[in-house]
Design a protein. Sequence first.
Length: 160
Amino acid sequence: MLNISLICVGKLKEKYWRDACAEYAKRLSAYCKFNIIEVDEHPAPDNASPAQIQNVIEQEGRKILAKLDKNTKIIAMCIEGKPLSSEKLAEKLGSLAVNGVSSLAFIIGGSWGLAKEIKDTAVLRLSMSEMTFPHQLARVMLCEQIYRAFQINTGGKYHK
């Protein structure tokens, strides 16, 4: 069974976001071992300099990398990533599984972005859209799209 982790910087503060993610995690349990891992945001001053911002990104990157097993393949969620349709995401997940990938991590960075090291080692840089979404909503949307991908790949009725 495929292990899928969603590694995110920051915590979901509102109960309705946590409930939505929990619902998709429950649904995904029929298809994979799914877990959400939260790492703490690294503090930054209000008017952070470019060097301070880079430090935040690097510190958060280290926290994320510490949560990864060496055999885990990474899908980096980033603004410069490639947008995919739900069907194409399903195809990519299916292809990874068929090619022997047993552990996969989708990574959502902090508000300043994702460390270069993570993006450079990713098997896919994925963008949800050209639009900007709050991190909490993006997390729920990603959980839903992962669930939708499994539904597509198994011929489920959820995806229409």
